[in-house]
Design a protein around this ligand. Structure first.
Ligand code: OGA
Ligand code: MN
Length: 302
């Protein structure tokens, strides 16, 4: 097994002897093996996992055939869970259900809300960036996966920030963006956002550059990001396009090919993520997610 060269000392210093690690992408991603999430809840281990997530942004734990209750219990070690918003499968509960089939197991039509929402998940995004206090991390469990495609990709926004020229960094460090749930969804299908969702989810402000992670600053963008505050639409679009032009979607990505019962945790304030399309014949895909709420907003105003 490949062991992370650059930070093996860090990991050893955590006293994680019984687990093995494998580095995944160049910029992000750590696989932990020989860990059973139903058996841990002690503060020390939880803090260690938090530290690893804060450094590697994406943590993959294999072979976790867990119940929804196990999933919730493990997730709650990291903070309060968000309740699923209106208009999403699992609404009002601590779980988000992503699936492309109905109660009878039949694949739903491509224009079904469920499929359109899955399509929206194929845009780079950060979960809950449309909330005043956006989420800290998401924890996704693979229950049923198609034979080909349906990967989940993660893009390092720390590496992306680091790749910007100095002048651009200075220019954007204090910028604020408006994030709007309706913005990205409406592009998928104008009817995808219901009046109920529109009312429940008004646009919010977020910092464009987050600086609270000790491993470095990161960009905070994604499909919900509508525009830069205080700029004309043209200038805002131009600035966002300029930033995007420096983001290397090859080098900064980790693309996860799912195995059944993989559990992935990611830091929503350090990566964007997206689903990739299912290839070939559409097969069932069922994923269950919890979302750990953030503790602070990204700006001081709220
Ligand atoms: C999510 C998400 C992508 C996927 O669970 O938040 O965006 O590949 N999932 O299912
Ligand atoms: Mn998501």
């Amino acid at each position: 097994r490949e062991i992370i060269a650059h930070s093996i000392e860090m990991i050893n210093s955590l006293g994680f002897e019984s687990f093995t690690f494998k580095k995944l992408g160049d910029a992000i991603g750590l696989e932990i093996n020989d860990l059973d999430v139903t058996k841990i809840s002690d503060k020390e281990t939880i803090n260690k996992i938090s530290d690893l997530l804060s450094e590697f942004s994406v943590v993959v734990i294999r072979n976790q055939n867990i119940t929804d209750d196990d999933h919730i219990k493990f997730s709650e070690n990291f903070g309060t869970l968000e309740l699923t918003k209106v208009g999403t499968d699992g609404s009002g509960s601590k779980l988000i259900i992503l699936r492309n089939f109905d109660e009878n197991g039949n694949i739903v039509s491509p224009t079904d809300r469920q499929r359109l929402n899955n399509l929206a998940n194929q845009e780079w995004h950060s979960d809950s960036s449309f909330k005043k206090i956006p989420s800290k991390m998401s924890i996704l469990s693979a229950k049923m996966i198609p034979s080909l495609g349906g990967n989940t990709e993660f893009l390092s926004m720390r590496a992306s920030y680091n790749a910007l020229p100095q002048e651009l960094k200075l220019k954007i460090d204090d910028k604020i963006c408006w994030h709007d749930y309706s913005h990205g969804r409406s592009k998928i299908d104008p009817n995808l956002v219901t009046p109920e969702e529109k009312q429940a989810l008004p646009p919010v402000k977020q910092k464009l550059v987050l600086s609270d992670n000790k491993h470095g600053k990161s960009l905070y963008l994604g499909a919900h990001c509508r525009n830069v505050d205080g700029m004309s639409e043209n200038d805002s679009n131009a600035l966002l396009a300029e930033i995007n032009s420096y983001i290397d979607t090859e080098k900064f990505i980790y693309s996860h090919v799912w195995e059944p019962f993989d559990l992935i945790m990611w830091d929503n304030r350090a990566v964007l993520h997206r689903a990739t399309p299912i290839k070939g014949k559409i097969e069932k895909r069922l994923m269950v997610r919890t979302t750990v709420a953030g503790q602070t907003s990204t700006i001081n105003e709220y």
